[in-house]
Design a protein around this ligand. Structure first.
Ligand SMILES: Cc1cc2nc3c(=O)[nH]c(=O)nc-3n(C[C@H](O)[C@H](O)[C@H](O)COP(=O)(O)OP(=O)(O)OC[C@H]3O[C@@H](n4cnc5c(N)ncnc54)[C@H](O)[C@@H]3O)c2cc1C
Length: 435
């Protein structure tokens, strides 16, 4: 068996190394340096295109748990990152060039991996892992659209902030659907008075925004403008748009509010809720300051903050089966950010899973592990607006028992559960492979 991996980024490099570890020959095709992306600057594999931080190393942060799981699974890129570490407090930051060079050595050292400097313009024949990343080349994305159908590949993300349910003040917020439609209320509503609305809009308009990189300036937002850009277009625009109060009555006053911010469930467990229509390019500190002005969200804990940028990704849940294979052509797998996960460490994890699954892994990682959460997010998320996600505790099933001691204690308990589950899973795999 031989597998073609398209893209020697974070996911593709990890996938290739996992395949080779399982004794499978790999052609790893990378278009750089001959053809560059707008963000990469070298011809090295696994280039970190922006920050040199792989985020937190602490277990009560989900990226910290994911790293620990990858260490337990003997991920090659995780090992490389740990070996190139630079001081960064509770985070794992690396010397980016040393990191990429270490990965290149690992790839070159493996006799089963052939590195090919070539741009892949069509879907290769045979078994394939497409790990071409958020800046996949145009001919390849055209080929993916031809394969999967129009409307299945997105070129920009539009992410609204997601909030921990337990931090919402339910003395102000209330469950209700517009005009009481549907059975159970699907929406949580935060009502604003006229004064609160205009204060909010004023702050939104003057808040600091992230400046787009050159290659992102051509974005046409159309149906999904950033919330601050809508506010710029007129003080009442939001009151007639995402914040319109029609069909809603505040149970506290019996009146229709002047405006309303609606939240919709982000996960089945109802522990995470997103702000409907609030995709934004505000800086992270400004998002926290301004969205906490919304009545009911004064003490909001953000599971993730909003963002909008150039990002090529497929609609994972509609196209991929639970084993990362294309439902309509099972010889093709997708891995990395192109599946709709986001972040360096998540892309490494996705590459790990793709390599293992392509090599014949039968039992999937348990749902309460970070690896399981990533796999399920990209294949099972039930949503009409699939958007990339990084790893966060909102993607995990809730604990059966209530954990006292606050958010950090809850997260630590979830991390402990995940590491126990992963340990058992790894033991079960080694038992199978020794038979
Ligand atoms: C501008 C920008 C900044 C980012 N900053 C961060 C950050 O600070 N922190 C963070 O956690 N995440 C960040 N991300 C998100 C993401 O985690 C990284 O992009 C990550 O590298 C994704 O890993 P990947 O393996 O999926 O893709 P990549 O690492 O991008 O790898 C894909 C590879 O495929 C190659 N390729 C593309 N098309 C072809 C083709 N047709 N033929 C052959 N090769 C091809 C590319 O050259 C590239 O090497 C950023 C993304 C972007 C775009």
């Amino acid at each position: 068996m031989k597998v073609t991996v398209v893209g020697a980024g974070l996911a593709g490099s990890e996938a290739a190394l996992q395949l080779a570890r399982s004794g499978i020959r790999v052609d790893l095709c990378e278009m750089r340096p001959g053809t560059m992306t707008p963000a990469h600057t070298t011809g090295l594999p696994a280039e970190l295109v922006c920050s040199n931080s792989l985020r937190s190393n602490l277990l009560h942060n989900a990226p910290g748990l994911l790293k620990e799981e990858l260490r337990m699974c003997e991920s090659f890129l995780m090992k490389a990152a740990d070996s190139c570490r630079v001081p960064a407090g509770g985070a794992l930051a690396v010397d980016r060039e040393e990191f990429s060079r270490t990965v290149r050595e690992m790839l070159l050292d493996h006799e089963l991996i052939t590195m090919k400097e070539e741009e892949v313009n069509d879907i290769p024949s045979g078994e394939v892992i497409i790990a071409a990343g958020p800046l996949a080349s145009k001919p390849l994305t055209d080929a993916i659209v031809e394969l999967t159908g129009s409307g299945s590949l997105y070129f920009y993300d539009a992410i609204a902030p997601v909030i921990d349910f337990e931090s919402i003040n339910m003395d102000r917020a209330f469950f209700q659907n517009r005009y009481e439609k549907g059975g159970d209320a699907d929406y949580l509503n935060c009502p604003l008075s006229e004064e609160e609305y205009f204060d909010f809009v004023r702050e939104l308009k003057s808040a600091e925004r992230v400046s787009p990189r050159d290659f992102e300036k051509e974005i046409h937002f159309q149906g999904c403008m950033p919330v601050e850009a809508i506010a710029d277009s007129g003080d009442m625009s939001l009151a007639f748009g995402a914040m319109k109060p029609v069909g809603l009555l505040n149970p506290l006053t019996g009146q229709r509010p002047f405006a309303v911010v609606q939240l919709r469930m982000e996960n089945r467990a109802g522990t995470a809720w997103n702000l409907v229509g609030f995709q934004t390019k505000l800086t992270y500190p400004e998002q926290k300051r301004i969205f906490r002005m919304i009545p009911g969200l004064e003490k909001a804990e953000f599971i993730r903050l909003g963002s909008m940028h150039r990002n090529t990704f497929i609609n994972g849940p509609s196209l991929l089966g639970g084993r990362m294979r294309l439902k309509t052509d099972e010889r093709i797998m997708f891995a990395g950010q192109i599946t709709g996960i986001e972040g360096y460490i998540e892309s490494i994890a996705s590459g790990y899973l793709a390599g293992k699954l392509m090599a014949g892994l039968q039992t999937l990682p348990p749902a309460d592990t970070a690896l399981g959460a990533i796999l399920r997010y990209t294949s099972e998320t039930a949503t009409d607006n699939y958007q990339p996600s990084n790893i966060n505790y909102g993607l995990f099933p809730p604990m059966a028992d209530k954990i006292r001691g606050g958010r950090r204690a809850r997260r630590e308990a979830q991390a402990e559960r995940a590491l126990m589950s992963l340990g058992k899973w790894l033991v079960s795999l080694s038992a199978v492979s020794f038979q």
